[in-house]
Design a protein around this ligand. Sequence first.
Ligand SMILES: Nc1ncnc2c1ncn2[C@@H]1O[C@H](COP(=O)(O)OP(=O)(O)OP(=O)(O)O)[C@@H](O)[C@H]1O
Ligand SMILES: [Mg+2]
Length: 441
Amino acid sequence: MRAVHLIRRRAQRPRTNPFHFGDVALGEQFIDRTAELGELLGDLRSGQNVLVLAPRRFGKTSLIVATAERLRKEDVLVAYADLLRVTTKTRFAEALAAALYDGLEPPVGRLVQRAADFFRDLPLRPKVTVNPDGTPSFELAAGADERDVDATLDQLFALPGAVAKRRSRRVVVVLDEFQEIVAIAPELPARMRAVFQFQPEVAHVYLGSRQHLLRRVFTDANQPLYNSAKVMALGPIAPEVFAAFIHERYNASGKTITPEATIALLGYTNGHPHDTQKLAYFSWALVPEGADATPETVDAAVGQILETDTARYTELWDSLATNQRRLLEALAKPDRPANPLSDAFRRAHRLGTYASADRALDALFERGYVERVGRDAVVIPDVFLRFWLQEEPATSIVSLVCGTCGAGFAVPVWHCPDCDNHSHQDDIECGNCHHPRPSAS
Ligand SMILES: Nc1ncnc2c1ncn2[C@@H]1O[C@H](COP(=O)(O)OP(=O)(O)OP(=O)(O)O)[C@@H](O)[C@H]1O
Ligand SMILES: [Mg+2]
């Protein structure tokens, strides 16, 4: 009787969505990447520095977390620093100190005193506090002299090498979102190189999504980190691997998905890790218990996602200059990747001169909205942004409020595709560079 009761209660328990997006993919949520994992493990065991590049949300952090877990089981010491929110060199020093302490210091008997000892030789001693979860935080005195911050950073860079020697262990230091460091202090890569090159027992892993910027930092012969790391470009997850995962997760959660629906889902996302999990999540939520997800379910889920994300995309859109909008919109058209700087593309989408299209492209690269594939072709990696742009009517030529003179909604203005100067509706050419007014679509 009791067993029947239990079975009934278990059957009534609401099912939880078996897909996850946003956080690091761990455990059974982490699929594929076998080749990349093997390659990274081999490199890091040998002390090889690696730069892992991929667009936003492609699974860089998930991959390195899985790699670190394996390395730790082999007694390699791994320090992981997330630099996303680092805005100054002082914050960088604090984040690095926390990562090094966490990854390199043996966990037994960790006390504030031990943390203080660990950093006793630094020019600026961090103040150690213990977080509610028991992990320590490190804070450097506000307003410290820049030279002291630099000297502290130099010593923190050197610390992993010293620990590797002292403890006779291999060490891996992971710097996630490394582009932030280049942005806040362009001279830091040179300081890092100066120290890192004498640490053969330490492998450094740099992760980043601003591929344009990072490629330059690591592959331009004039840059200090030139050739200092092997470049690993992370691609999407193979659709057949994702298809098997989606089927298995559906079955395990009391719902099913038809093969046609799986094809439709992956047809939308092409194996983009985050966007596939997101679409699978929304689709699953639309299917009643015991029913099938069909291609119609997937279409409805896409509609729901676009609705959910429209505020974010509108904000992004509002922040772009006219020519950047026009270029982004053109790149969202189906059957791309395309070379946006080619004569034919620029003419077809009224992108103006090569120089002005190039400027717009650079701005989109800088903000990570587009990525290069191959030599010249460019794509928008965010799947849903692409669909959102396809849905939106072309509003790029006529803006409703003049950014310069504030003319209201009743007086539409247009912006020069070449120099971005604003002009009023009646102007037939740009008042600044005399570019003729583009014809409205
Ligand atoms: N190997 C994987 N298997 C399944 N899903 C994955 C995998 N890697 C990533 N994902 C999905 O992608 C999402 C983003 O992963 P992750 O945070 O690792 O990417 P990222 O490239 O580090 O992102 P960001 O650019 O924001 O730092 C995860 O929440 C998960 O939904
Ligand atoms: Mg990440």
